[in-house]
Design a protein around this ligand. Structure first.
Ligand SMILES: Nc1nc2c(ncn2[C@@H]2O[C@H](COP(=O)(O)OP(=O)(O)OP(=O)(O)O)[C@@H](O)[C@H]2O)c(=O)[nH]1
Length: 436
């Protein structure tokens, strides 16, 4: 498997694993019972300063008395002498620093105790202080946050949500509280008060509040779900970003690899071309060799076949070359060969081809050239070679055999040129013979 695909697979499984883990955490968060992450405050009225009162203050005849003061068990003999009779039990929650309870972090209140009587509800006041409305020394200026709580099941605890508290109407009216201040507040609750419910008529009620518990979640459901959604969004965004970065890097590395391949390819092509040129070139003279001349020969033959374009051969063979080697050494022989080749090459057209055909023999192929023109070219070359002073100690000459293509056969053309050359050699050398 290619390395990039393997890398991608790894990245994909990491991607899946992260999402899987996140999904699992989200499910755990949603399913976890909230009371695991709940803060709690519990107070026992028996540990706080408490007092009880009847409604004589309002002109009534209801009486409150302790049944067991230590246990904060009290009794109310309710008398409907006035319109809304009541008895009340109040504890002071102010501490030594003069602070009340801060219940803002809680959302539920549970009351546990005992009740004997006919009432269905008990009224609870959480009386809050705030400089905006509280006047020092006048306890009636505490805000009366009020809720009517079912009392029947007090033994097992009855719960009320803090959001179900409302500020008592009579207090708002009596204290002329502006509307914007009429919401419940629990920042500094200095009294907790229990009152017989206003719907009650005369009768005896025995009440004991054993404990009051407040509970609140460290994180609200709303915050929790918003947090989970945020974490999901951030994770997906990050993973996508990571993926994009990885893809970019992969793309770049593929591009680099492609560029590298292209460079190698270019180099190989160049080397190929060099090898090809080398294979077609004679190392000593730089002329074409027999392999190199093949292609131009076939092209010339083709042109003759299709358009009757003439083509001529001139075979050039240096005279008495063995003697040059023998007399002046092989290196001098090489030099003579190079200079002779150069002379021929530089005195014919660019479109003509010169090849080293054998040891001291050259083939001049002349495309689009008649026999007569070829004969003239051969004569020109012969003369230049003779006078060129290729070697200082001796004159270098050559014999020339000329022939032109007459039929669809290169071998016959060679043979004709070769025959002409043979005649030139036979007839004293340093001359041009034509085989017409
Ligand atoms: N220095 C050198 N000599 C070469 C090379 N190739 C062939 N020769 C020599 O060329 C000579 C050709 O000799 P011959 O075939 O007898 O021809 P010639 O001496 O030129 O005599 P004619 O062709 O009859 O005039 C030989 O001595 C070869 O060794 C080469 O690459 N370098």
């Amino acid at each position: 498997m290619p390395a990039t695909r393997l890398k991608n697979l790894h990245a994909l499984s990491r991607f899946d694993a992260t999402l899987g883990l996140l999904a699992l955490l989200s499910i755990i968060c949603v399913l976890t019972p909230k009371d695991i992450v709940t803060r709690k405050l519990e107070i026992r009225p028996s540990e706080y300063q408490a007092n009880i009162a009847g409604d004589s203050y309002s002109g009534g005849k209801s009486e409150a008395s302790w049944v067991d003061e230590k246990a904060r068990r009290w009794r109310c003999i309710l008398s409907d002498a006035i319109y809304a009779p009541y008895c009340s039990f109040q504890i002071s929650t102010i501490n030594e620093n003069w602070r009340g309870l801060d219940l803002r972090a809680f959302n539920k209140m549970t009351i546990v105790g005992e009740y004997l009587g006919e009432a269905n509800y008990i009224r609870v006041y959480l009386r809050n202080r705030h400089p905006r409305y509280y006047v020092l020394g006048d306890e009636t200026t505490t805000k009366y946050n009020q809720a009517e709580v079912p009392i029947a099941n007090l033994r097992n605890g009855v719960g009320v949500r803090l959001q179900d508290f409302e500020v008592a109407d009579w207090w708002l009216v009596q204290k002329k509280i502006p509307l914007k201040e009429s919401h419940p507040e629990f920042n500094d609750v200095i009294y907790i008060e229990f009152q017989t419910s206003s719907a009650l008529h005369s009768g005896t009620h025995e009440i004991q509040i054993e404990k009051i518990i407040w509970q609140g979640n460290y994180i609200s459901n709303e915050t929790l779900y918003r947090g989970i959604a945020l974490v999901w969004a951030a994770t997906i965004f990050l993973l996508l970003l990571l993926r994009l970065t990885r893809l970019k890097a992969e793309l770049q590395s593929t591009r680099n690899y492609q560029n590298e391949l292209e460079s190698i390819n270019k180099l190989l092509n160049l080397q190929n071309k060099q090898f090809e040129d080398l294979a077609k070139t004679d190392q000593l003279t730089g002329l074409l060799n027999r392999i190199g001349i093949r292609e131009p020969l076939l092209a010339g033959l083709n042109a003759w076949k299709h358009t009757q374009t003439p083509m001529a051969f001139v075979l050039i063979d240096l005279d008495y070359f063995k003697m040059v080697n023998d007399r002046y050494g092989h290196d001098v022989g090489d030099q003579v060969l190079r200079k002779s080749a150069e002379l021929v090459r530089s005195n014919v057209r660019e479109s003509d081809y010169v090849a080293r055909w054998g040891g001291e023999e050259f083939l001049l192929m002349l495309p689009d050239t008649s026999l007569t023109q070829a004969e003239q070219i051969a004569e020109m070359l012969r003369s230049k070679l003779e006078t060129a002073q290729i070697h200082t100690a001796t004159t270098i000459t050559a014999s020339f055999g000329v022939a032109a293509l007459k039929e669809d056969n290169l071998d016959n053309l060679f043979k004709a040129a070769d025959d002409a050359l043979y005649k030139a050699k036979q007839n004293g050398r340093n001359c041009v013979y034509t085989n017409g």
